[in-house]
Write a protein that binds this ligand. Structure first.
Ligand code: UDP
Length: 329
């Protein structure tokens, strides 16, 4: 199929682009490179260096049969300080993209939604019919786009899927996380292991969990990518499906630190800090729906394995060449 990947120069979008190419699809990446990296766009994909608001001419030219939409601002803390940026990019930009799709006669879309749409859960594991009460602007903007997709499916016959990611980690195709501003636990802990940072701050150890630190559901980026390829043909015209994507197993911050120590063989000094505002104690997915509907099955559920794949791109002592598509992290 002719596929347009909005945000295909980012971490998840680039991995999915590589898998789309391997499956024989013709891929154009649309990315303004505001947070993505041109060298992350896999060979074989065309790159249109354009933002969502200016996407219409690209869609008119490419005439995609399906759009995968990863392009977004995604830092929770920043979303609290600069909400206008999040509403403008995530909601305004997505609206522009949907209108560009309509003008180009493309009505099939897979959208990157998030567990942050649920907010503080009433119970775990979280199912898709749980209440959506986001506790930050980032989650609110993603939920707004989910709602937009329901409207577009109903009114304009869109075939849409929202994939609600839990904590995505690991690496595939030599592509890993390299954010200029890193806020995520696994890459930060690996930077400490690599000697790039002195210590890791654990945000609170007085949560109502077994060891007092927050519990999250870490999903390998390769498993996440599989779900996108399965989701592409799934919905009928006029249908908007929502699927959670996680392993269904929770790991605490302390367990992640222990796994990083074990995998890297480096001490990872930690400091105890205050709770981070808006952090729920536990976020664990029920992915039963996508397993039942699409036969999705995560292949990399072992935390140490997820950490190891990410570490192979981080380790400064790794042999030359293992930093595929390297560049500074
Ligand atoms: N976390 C932490 N120290 C850090 C970064 C994250 O203790 O330097 C904790 C954070 O409070 C959360 C978990 O690690 O409980 C995962 O955070 P991350 O930012 O990776 O993902 P989120 O769950 O916020 O999407």
């Amino acid at each position: 199929m002719r596929v347009l990947v909005a945000g295909g120069a980012g971490y998840i979008g680039s991995v999915v682009t590589a898998d789309l190419l391997a499956a024989g699809h013709e891929v154009t990446v649309l990315d303004d490179l505001s947070t993505g990296h041109a060298d992350a766009v896999p060979e074989g994909a065309a790159l249109a260096r354009v933002g969502l608001h200016d996407s219409a001419p690209v869609l008119a030219d490419v005439r995609p049969e399906v759009v995968l939409h990863f392009a977004a601002k995604s830092l929770v803390g920043e979303s609290q300080e600069r909400p206008e940026l999040y509403w403008e990019t995530n909601v305004g930009g997505s609206l522009a993209l949907l209108e560009a799709m309509r003008a180009a006669g493309c009505r099939r879309i897979v959208f990157s939604s998030t567990a942050a749409t649920y907010g503080e859960p009433e119970s775990v594991p979280i199912r898709e019919d749980a209440p959506t009460r986001p506790t930050n602007t980032y989650g609110a903007t993603k939920l707004a786009v989910d709602t937009m997709l329901t409207s577009y499916a109903t009114a304009h016959g869109f075939a849409a899927v929202s994939l609600r990611y839990f904590n995505v980690a690991g690496a595939a195709h030599g592509l890993g996380e390299r954010h200029t501003t890193e806020t995520h636990l696994i890459p930060l802990a690996l930077q400490v292991a690599a000697g790039e940072r002195e210590s890791l701050t654990i945000y609170g150890d007085d949560y109502p969990t077994d060891d007092g630190t927050c519990v999250r559901d870490y999903i390998h980026v390769a498993d996440l990518s599989d779900a996108h390829l399965l989701a592409l043909p799934a919905p009928a015209e006029g249908e908007h499906r929502v699927y959670n994507l996680g392993n269904g197993t929770g790991f605490s911050v302390q367990q992640v630190v222990d796994a990083v120590r074990e995998v890297t063989g480096h001490p990872v000094p930690v400091e105890l800090g205050k709770r981070r505002a808006g952090d729920p104690a536990q976020l664990v997915a029920s992915s039963d729906r996508i397993r039942a509907d699409l036969g999705w099955q995560p292949r990399h559920t072992d935390l140490a394995g997820i950490v190891r794949d990410a570490w192979e791109l981080t380790d400064p002592a790794a042999p030359r060449g293992s930093h595929a598509r390297g560049g500074p992290r």
